[in-house]
Design a binder for this molecule. Structure first.
Ligand code: SF4
Ligand code: SF4
Length: 275
């Protein structure tokens, strides 16, 4: 049997009706679902998840195409010290994605990480397997070739190699979500100098206080208060967007190197997986 890597057919199913399907969450909904918290944080859990390194660019693209968009903050870190909730992920509130026009994505090259990782659903505990796919994507049949890690004899490095060979860019994008969460956690702890508290884990005491708190974008704060110059921020953003799989593994402390997409195409998937 020939196993083919994941290939998006551009059917557009994942760009439409997002609000009803909650389809664009690469991380399972409970991890990022604000409704589980009693805090009356202005949040909407349906739509397209966008991270704080992407939001400004999406706003610019919307302006360029005269499209009106709005975001709700989704995930943030609560800081008593700064009396602020530092937001790191947002929901672009929509039913059909506003960038899906005349049956195509008009910002395809600059589309958010969530769109790049879809239909992957990763383990909320970290980068470890299992890796599963959203069955609503017609091309998700590739996931039937990915064994459940707990039941396979495969060693972890081989499992990563296998998954990457089948999912390539989508897997890189999904891992970037984890890297992003690690990155913002580190930045937050640097300015707060203690372990973070996710706003969704507020205790009742904090909840009473939160109304006095400002909701601030973490990177806007860092730039405004000189922790980051514009140049440093741009470098971080560019590095994040262009990072490839092996560097990502290094950053995530996974000791493994995987073949490049070029090698995968050259050697053939079956040969590579057998090696
Ligand atoms: S990712 Fe899946 S649902 Fe989305 S456009 Fe591609 S094939 Fe269609
Ligand atoms: S940004 Fe593009 S790929 Fe993502 S949901 Fe919108 S139209 Fe689809």
């Amino acid at each position: 049997m020939t196993i083919k890597p994941f290939s998006c057919s551009h059917c557009g199913k994942c760009c439409k009706d997002i609000s009803k399907k909650n389809i664009h969450l690469p991380l399972p909904a409970p991890m990022v679902n604000a409704d589980s918290s009693a805090v009356k944080y202005p949040v909407h859990d349906r739509g397209l998840m966008v991270n704080a390194l992407e939001r400004e660019d999406i706003i610019k693209l919307a302006k360029k195409h005269s499209i009106k968009i709005r975001f709700f903050p989704l995930l943030g870190y609560f800081s008593k010290k700064f009396k602020a909730i530092f937001t790191v992920t947002y929901i672009l509130v929509c039913d059909d994605c506003p960038f899906y026009i005349s049956d195509k994505c008009i910002i395809y090259k600059q589309r958010p990480l969530t769109c790049r990782s879809y239909p992957i659903i990763l383990n909320p505990q970290g980068v470890l397997p299992p890796v599963t796919g959203d069955k609503r994507c017609p091309s998700s049949t590739v996931f039937s070739h990915i064994p459940d890690y707990s039941s396979t004899q495969m060693k972890l490095p081989n499992y990563y190699k296998f998954v990457y060979a089948l999912l390539e860019d989508n897997y890189v994008a999904a891992l970037k979500w984890y890297y992003f969460l690690e990155l913002v956690k580190k930045e937050f702890e640097r300015i707060e100098k203690k372990k973070l508290i996710l706003w969704e884990n507020f205790t009742l005491t904090y909840q009473k206080q939160y109304k006095k708190f400002q909701i601030v974008d973490l990177f806007s704060y860092l730039r405004k208060h000189d922790h980051y110059s514009e140049k440093k921020y741009q470098k971080l953003k560019d590095g994040f967007h262009s990072m490839q799989i092996n560097k990502l593994f290094t950053k995530l402390k996974i000791k493994l190197s995987v073949p490049s997409p070029r090698e995968i195409r050259k050697k053939g998937l079956e040969n590579l997986l057998a090696s």
